[in-house]
Structure formats: structure tokens, C-alpha cells
Design a protein around this ligand. Structure first.
Ligand SMILES: Nc1nc2c(c(=O)[nH]1)N[C@H]1C(S)=C(S)[C@@H](COP(=O)(O)O)O[C@H]1N2
Ligand SMILES: [Mo]
Length: 395
């Protein structure tokens, strides 16, 4: 079997999952598609797609289409490995070290999980804005490192069961085959394979899966094909792509992307470093857009998304007066454990003037989205409430 990789020249657009040449009149079989949104693509030095930012404010529904889904990797995407050449090693604190083929994995009972994915670096420029060090970043211009999708795979726990955990098993180190040096590498650091180690409890959660499909199709190379780890509720960096090894360990290994990169602390020398796990409770307004909007007096719908890794979102409030008073927003069904929830609020505004509109999410654990971000030297997991400026003119 040979696998053709989809490379899209600049004058093509995606219609569903097919690249279609853009014609002068922008028609498709005589019908104009209303879906013209393109991803914000960053190329590598060989002109290949390397990173994608998702146009979250332009999207509808819950699922981010795969071609618009954000893409991040630290070392650049590695060479693809064909499913038939791929194998997963499971070793360490297991009774039966194993090597599983792609076919072995697909034979196991599957599971589908719908989840939001957020990179810890999404919205990071807001940290400097909140400290008064940078001008206001606009979400509409930046595009976000944030998406949500449906993933299908096999529970990691089922695979660990095949190998049989020993009584000492405490951490499961997942290793990709992409090798390189981190952006903040120290001079003595040698290139290494991207890796993260999950505490065994999270590894055994049935929704933590080894995914082979995304949004109803086989996983794309840029999303970690043929198999990636998917860790719902935790920051994107836990979901190791291009997976090739699971090493079960009796203690937490010292991995670069633990306490040298994805941690909360005030400085690299801080003795009280905390590993970043759960995505913190957060909401954003998607409409009106974050771009100094001018609207006529009247009725407007304020709409957005809310999510968090610690529990279901059970309240979103909207303020149109800079946080002095709050209105309860309508939460749209379905509300799923790992997914973001869509919310809306009808705003009846008759008085011309400047308005600071904002949203605040609360999860079922009682975590409330804060006014101030949790400052940390790595600028990770910004989740503070961001007021948007709206000017209302006389009708
Ligand atoms: N092997 C590997 N997996 C990785 C990374 C990486 O650099 N290498 N980056 C992580 C980070 S920081 C994020 S946010 C997610 C992004 O997943 P996506 O590109 O499928 O959206 O992958 C994670 N998994
Ligand atoms: Mo990330």
C-alpha cells in the first residue's frame, strides 16, 4: 500500500476534505460555497505546511474541520511512517514487554472521544498586554492555538492491560519519533525525541486514547499519524503525536517538557514548580469579533465558547458594562465532559456609547474564570477574562 500525502498548492481550497482549484468566479459545480474560510498557515524553510492557527471566531458548531484545526510541534514534523512500517513498543514496568503493529491496535475495541484541544501557548500575548507591556492583541488577527474535534482510537489502558502493569508502574512515558532541540534549550542539551510522561491514573482513564482517526477520517500526518496519544482535558502538549514507544516507569522521569517548559513558576529557578496538566476554565466571545466593532443600537447576539479540563461548564455570564453587572448566558446543548460549550446572550442596547463586553465561565467544580491571568514565566495557559470594545451608534 502506498499512501499519498495531500499537499495543497496556494490556489486550491478545501471543499470538505477535497482540494478544489479556485476558479475566477469561485464556483463549485455551479454553486457558490458559503465556506471560504482558510486556515492561517505557517510554512517551514522547505515550503511545507508546518503550523496552523485555527480561525476559531469564524467557525460554527462544535467540531473544528481538520483542515482548519491548529497544528503545533516543537521540532518540526518528522518524516512520515507508513502504517505497515509502524510499531509501538511497550516496555518498562510491565509483565510482558510488547511490540504492537497498526493492525494489532485496530483489532482492539475502539472508542470515540470529542474534546477541545488547547495549546498552552494560545493567547500568550495577552500576558504582556495585561501587564501593560504590549498593545492589545486582537483574537481576530491572531487566530488561536485552539480547536475541538472527534477522535477515534483505542483506550491507552487497554494496551497497557495487554502488557500487564507491574505493581511499581506509576508513570507512562509516551515518546514520538520527532527529534530536536527545544526553543529554550541550554547549550549542553542534546537533541531528543519529544516525550511526556502521564501519571498512571490519567493514563488509565478510558477517554485517554491512542487515536488513529480524527473527525471521521484517518489521522493526518501533521496531527501525528498513524497513531497519536490523546489526553482529553489536559493541555495539548500531553497529546504526543507520532507515537512509537510507551515506557512504563516507577517514578516521574525528568523530561524537558515537564519542568523545563510546561510548568507554572515565577522563574526557571523557582523551587515550587508545578506541572501544567488541566486546561483551566475559560471562555471567549466569538461574536461580535474581537476587533473594535461598531454596531447600531438595537438587538445583538453575543455568542461564544467556554471550556475547561477540570469539569463540565455549568455557567457562563456576560457583562456589557465592564464587569459591574452580569447576565446569565444560554448554554447550548450538548454539553460534553471534554468539549467546549457554545453559549449566547441576547443584548438589547439602545444607548449609543462605548461598551466593554466580556464573558465569564464557571465549571462544575466551582472554578471561575478569573479577571487576572495566572502569571508564570513561561507564559502558559492564559485564561483571564478579556473585555472586548464595542461602539454603539445611534440607529
Ligand atoms: N511528537 C510530538 N507530539 C506533540 C508535540 C510535538 O512537538 N511532538 N507538540 C504538542 C503540542 S505543544 C500540542 S499543542 C499538540 C498539538 O496537536 P495538533 O498539532 O494535532 O493540534 O501536540 C502535542 N504533541
Ligand atoms: Mo502546545
Amino acid at each position: 500500500m502506498t499512501t499519498e500525502r495531500r499537499v495543497i498548492p496556494p490556489d486550491f481550497v478545501w471543499i470538505g476534505s477535497s482540494p478544489v482549484k479556485v476558479k475566477e468566479d469561485d464556483k463549485w459545480m455551479g454553486w457558490e460555497s458559503p465556506n471560504t474560510i482558510q486556515p492561517k498557515v505557517l510554512l517551514d524553510d522547505q515550503g511545507r505546511v508546518n503550523r496552523i492557527r485555527a480561525p476559531v471566531l469564524d467557525l460554527k458548531g462544535l467540531t473544528t474541520p481538520t483542515h482548519l484545526f491548529y497544528v503545533v510541534q516543537h521540532f518540526g514534523a518528522p518524516e512520515p511512517v507508513r502504517p505497515e512500517d509502524w510499531a509501538l513498543a511497550i516496555d518498562g514496568e510491565v509483565k510482558r514487554p510488547l511490540s504492537l503493529t497498526y493492525e494489532d491496535l485496530l483489532r482492539l475495541p475502539g472508542r470515540t472521544v470529542r474534546t477541545v484541544m488547547e495549546c498552552s501557548g494560545s493567547d500568550a500575548d495577552f500576558f504582556e498586554y495585561f501587564k501593560g507591556e504590549k498593545p492589545r492583541p486582537y483574537r481576530d488577527e491572531q487566530a488561536m492555538i485552539l480547536s475541538a474535534g472527534e477522535f477515534t482510537g483505542v483506550p491507552l489502558g487497554a494496551v497497557l492491560d495487554l502488557a500487564g502493569l507491574t505493581g511499581k508502574a506509576a508513570w507512562v512515558r509516551a515518546e514520538g519519533w520527532d527529534k530536536g532541540l527545544p526553543a529554550n534549550a541550554t547549550p549542553e542539551l542534546q537533541p531528543f525525541y519529544y516525550d511526556k510522561a502521564l501519571p498512571v491514573q490519567k493514563a488509565l482513564h478510558p477517554d485517554t486514547i491512542l487515536a488513529y482517526a480524527m473527525n471521521g477520517e484517518l489521522l493526518e500526518h501533521l496531527h501525528g499519524a498513524p497513531i497519536r496519544l490523546l489526553v482529553p482535558g489536559w493541555s495539548g502538549n500531553w497529546s504526543v503525536k507520532w507515537l512509537r514507544r510507551l515506557q512504563v516507569m516507577d517514578s516521574e522521569p525528568d523530561l524537558w517538557y515537564h519542568y523545563h517548559f510546561y510548568y507554572y513558576a515565577s522563574s526557571p529557578e523557582d523551587p515550587e514548580k508545578e506541572l501544567i496538566t488541566n486546561i483551566m476554565v475559560k471562555s471567549i466571545i466569538t461574536s461580535p469579533k474581537d476587533q473594535k466593532v461598531v454596531l447600531p443600537a438595537g438587538q445583538h447576539v453575543i455568542r461564544g465558547l467556554a471550556w475547561g479540563g477540570s469539569g463540565l461548564i455549568n455557567r457562563v455570564e456576560v457583562s456589557v458594562d465592564g464587569g459591574q453587572s452580569w447576565n446569565t448566558a444560554h448554554l447550548e446543548e450538548p454539553r460534553e465532559r471534554w468539549m467546549w460549550v457554545r453559549w449566547s446572550h441576547l443584548w438589547d442596547v439602545q444607548e449609543p456609547g462605548e461598551y466593554a463586553i466580556m464573558s465569564r465561565a464557571t465549571d462544575e467544580m466551582g472554578n471561575v474564570q478569573p479577571r487576572e491571568p495566572r502569571y508564570n514565566n513561561m507564559r502558559k495557559n492564559f485564561n483571564a477574562i478579556v473585555p472586548y470594545q464595542v461602539t454603539i451608534t445611534a440607529r
